[in-house]
Design a protein around this ligand. Structure first.
Ligand SMILES: NC(=O)c1ccc[n+]([C@@H]2O[C@H](COP(=O)([O-])OP(=O)(O)OC[C@H]3O[C@@H](n4cnc5c(N)ncnc54)[C@H](O)[C@@H]3O)[C@@H](O)[C@H]2O)c1
Ligand SMILES: [Zn+2]
Length: 363
C-alpha cells in the first residue's frame, strides 16, 4: 500500500493506494463512527458494495444509498433524495459519508457531505482511473440543467482509500477516459514520464504499472492544489485540454464521449495551439500515435462546427470578460495560461478540425 499525504487548508489527509483495500477498512479508516452512509451507483453496487459494507466494524450502523449510474445523477433531484436519506437515517455531525464509485459519485457524495448539517466527514473510495484526479483536491459539485458543476464548493475528504483492484472491471472507454487525466498530469509535470506513457498501450498495463501512474498523477495534482487550493493561480493549469473538452462534451451530448476522452482531444488541440502561438516544441506526433493506438474517438471531433464550439468555450468557467483563457505548454512540464483572441482561436480550431478529419482513428 502506498500513502500520499495531502496538506489542504482545512486539514491534512491521506490517500491510500493499493490492491484489496476495500476488505481492510476497519484497520485503514482513521476516524471512529457509529453511523455511516455509503453512496454508490447502480453499476458499482453489485460489484463492490457488499465487500465494503462487510469490511466496517460490526458495531457500525451502515446505510446504503444507490443512485443510477451516469452523469445525470449528479443532479438536484438525486441530491434532494440523498438529503432525505440523511435525515431519515438521522445522520448527525459525527456520522460519515462514504462515496464509493467514480467521479460522479465522488462529486455528489462530497457535495452532500459538505452541505448536510453544514458539513460532516466525507471519505472517498474511488473506483475509476479518472477518480485518481477527482477524489483529490476538494472540489465537489452537482450539475444544473444549464451546465456542469454549477452548484458546488470546496470540501476536502478526511481520507481517500483507493482500492486499485476495483479498476479491473472498468470498460475500455472508462480506461481511456481516466488516462486523459493521467496523460494531462504527465504533460504538466515530467517529460520522461510523458514519453513513457506515450509508448504505452493502456488496455494492457500491468497492475503495478497502473498503480505507479496513478500515484504519480495524484502527486502532481496534490502539489498543485496544495499551492493553490481555490484556483486563483496555478490550479488553472489542471484545466489543460479542458476548454475544448467541455465544449465538445456539451456539443456532442454527454454520453457519446467520456470526459477524459474529450480531454485527450482537447490536449491535442492545446498542443497544436502551443506550437503555433508559443512556438513550443512538443511531442505531438507521438501523442497522436498514442491516441490512435488506444482507440480514442478522434473522428467525433470532425463533426463539430467551429463557431458553435467557440460560443461554448466563451461560456466556460475559465472565460473572463468573454476572452478565452487557454492553458498552453511552453514545453512538457511547463504550462502557462494565455488569453487568446477569438478570431485566432477560430483559425486554430478550423485547422485542427481539418487535421483531425485527415487522420485514421484506428491507425
Ligand atoms: N471534483 C473534481 O475535481 C473532478 C475532476 C474531474 C472530474 N470530475 C467529475 O467526475 C465525473 C466523471 O468521473 P468518472 O469518469 O469516474 O465517471 P463515473 O463516476 O460516471 O463512472 C463512469 C462509469 O463507470 C462505472 N464504474 C465506476 N467504477 C467502476 C468499476 N470499478 N468497474 C466498472 N464500472 C465502473 C460507473 O458506474 C459509470 O457508469 C464527472 O462528473 C466530472 O465532472 C470531478
Ligand atoms: Zn477533467
Amino acid at each position: 500500500m502506498e500513502q500520499i499525504q495531502i496538506a489542504a487548508s482545512t486539514h491534512s489527509y491521506k490517500v491510500e493506494i493499493g490492491a484489496s483495500l476495500r476488505f481492510q477498512l476497519e484497520s485503514i479508516i482513521e476516524g471512529s463512527y457509529k453511523n455511516i452512509l455509503v453512496i454508490t451507483d447502480s453499476e458499482v453496487a453489485p460489484l463492490y458494495l457488499e465487500d465494503v459494507k462487510q469490511s466496517f466494524p460490526s458495531h457500525v450502523e451502515i446505510t446504503e444509498h444507490i443512485v443510477p449510474a451516469g452523469e445525470a445523477s449528479k443532479s438536484m433531484e438525486q441530491y434532494s433524495r440523498l438529503m432525505d436519506t440523511c435525515i431519515a437515517r438521522q445522520l448527525d455531525r459525527k456520522s460519515l459519508i462514504v462515496g464509493l464509485g467514480g467521479g460522479m459519485v465522488g462529486d455528489l457524495a462530497g457535495f452532500a457531505a459538505a452541505t448536510y448539517l453544514r458539513g460532516i466527514d466525507f471519505l472517498q473510495m474511488p473506483t475509476t482511473i479518472l477518480a485518481h484526479d477527482s477524489s483529490v483536491g476538494g472540489k465537489v459539485a452537482i450539475n444544473h440543467t444549464q451546465g456542469k458543476n454549477l452548484i458546488g464548493c470546496f470540501y476536502n475528504p478526511i481520507q481517500v482509500i483507493y482500492d486499485t483492484e476495483t479498476l479491473s472491471s472498468l470498460p475500455s472507454a472508462e480506461i481511456r477516459s481516466g488516462f486523459g487525466e493521467v496523460v494531462k498530469h504527465a504533460l504538466l509535470s515530467d517529460s520522461a514520464w510523458c514519453e513513457e506513457i506515450l509508448k504505452t498501450n493502456i488496455l494492457h498495463l500491468s497492475s503495478e504499472q497502473l498503480n505507479e501512474y496513478l500515484a504519480k498523477g495524484i502527486k502532481v495534482k496534490a502539489q498543485i492544489v496544495e499551492e493553490d487550493e481555490k484556483e486563483q493561480g496555478i490550479r488553472k493549469h489542471l484545466n489543460l485540454g479542458h476548454t475544448l473538452a467541455h465544449a465538445l462534451e456539451a456539443e456532442l451530448g454527454y454520453g457519446r464521449i467520456t470526459h477524459g476522452e474529450a480531454v485527450a482531444i482537447g490536449i491535442w488541440f492545446a498542443m497544436r495551439v502551443s506550437e503555433q502561438y508559443l512556438e513550443a516544441s512538443l511531442p505531438v506526433g507521438n501523442y497522436i500515435k498514442w491516441l490512435q493506438m488506444n482507440h480514442y474517438p478522434i473522428n467525433l471531433a470532425e463533426t463539430i462546427d467551429p463557431d458553435r464550439i467557440i460560443e461554448r468555450m466563451k461560456w466556460d468557467k475559465k472565460t473572463v470578460d468573454s476572452q478565452i483563457h487557454y492553458v498552453l505548454l511552453e514545453a512538457v512540464g511547463n504550462p502557462v495560461v494565455q488569453k487568446i483572441e477569438e478570431g485566432l482561436i477560430k483559425e486554430y480550431l478550423s485547422d485542427f478540425i481539418k487535421e483531425v478529419s485527415g487522420i485514421d482513428e484506428r491507425n
